[in-house]
Write a protein that binds this ligand. Structure first.
Ligand code: BTN
Length: 262
């Protein structure tokens, strides 16, 4: 049985759909489309990507069978506001996985969706700005869907997972993608109506790492502490081992076993 069927989505209500077999990165294609069209809302989907990016320009493995897409929006907000889109996207992914497949996932600051504590989905939000206004925002979403775990290098096999690995079967990517865009759009509309606080609360309800001991690694330093909260700007607040509170705006967060806490 072929394990990686093509899926082709031509339209999702309110979003123009651009569908490709293979591209370097759907985020880059979305930027090109933003430059040459006036699309207000579009989704760029590819079966595979050759040069996909994750946060901090890390390579993102994108073989056939995954859900690799970028949402193009023109919300005319500050770049700081645009980061809120990452949070509402993560809750949209988690909600869609729950409603469509019955899977209980969790979110991890700043941009991950985890299943059984392993990374299932990553989100990369990028904005093109002029005079402190995000002229267009691209929300890139990568979901490891119908992919064998063995497709990932050995050193990642303990930290990532795929829907196929967890469920033991392939899922219908078309249904999941449609539901995801609809779920995202509902939250995007609520965000536009000023409902950020409720949306952040929703995200926090899925953030199981809050209250846990974490190692926080940024380009400047590595910190160990307890993840206390995420503030209204989306920054992570951690309580360091000396009791001081520290606000973190960009870093990787890794929960560590509480038994090793000091
Ligand atoms: C991360 O967790 O570091 C973010 C990963 C984002 C990957 C997606 S796949 C679709 C889109 N195109 C890209 O090049 N990256 C994003």
């Amino acid at each position: 049985m072929p394990t990686q069927n093509l899926y082709e989505i031509r339209a999702i209500s309110g979003y123009k759909v651009y569908y490709y077999d293979e591209v370097p990165s759907t985020n880059d294609v979305a930027k090109e489309i933003a430059k040459r069209t006036r699309e207000q809302k579009a989704v760029i989907i590819a079966e595979s990507q050759t040069h996909a990016r994750g946060r901090n320009r890390r390579h993102w493995i994108s073989p056939r069978g995954g859900i690799w897409l970028s949402i193009l929006l023109r919300p005319k907000v500050t770049p700081e506001e645009a980061t809120k889109l990452t949070f509402i996207t993560a809750t949209a992914v988690a909600g869609t996985l729950q409603n469509t497949l019955g899977l209980a996932t969790e979110v991890k600051w700043p941009n991950d969706v985890l299943l059984n504590r392993r990374k299932l989905c990553g989100i990369l939000t990028e904005a093109s700005t002029r005079e402190n206004v995000a002229e267009c925002v691209i929300v890139g979403i990568g979901i490891n869907a119908n992919i064998d775990l063995q497709s990932f290098p050995n050193n990642l096999q303990d930290s990532v997972t795929t829907l196929k690995h967890e469920l033991g079967c392939e899922i219908n990517r078309e249904t999941l993608t449609r539901n995801l865009i609809q779920s995202f759009d509902q939250r995007y509309k609520r965000l536009r109506r000023g409902m950020w606080s409720a949306l952040l609360q929703e995200w926090k309800g899925l953030a199981k790492f809050l209250g846990e001991k974490v190692v926080v690694t940024s380009f400047a330093e590595t910190l160990v502490g307890k993840a206390l909260d995420v503030d209204a700007d989306g920054a992570l607040i951690i309580k360091l081992q000396n009791g001081a509170l520290k606000k973190v705006v960009a870093a990787d967060v890794k929960p560590v076993a509480l038994s090793s806490s000091g």
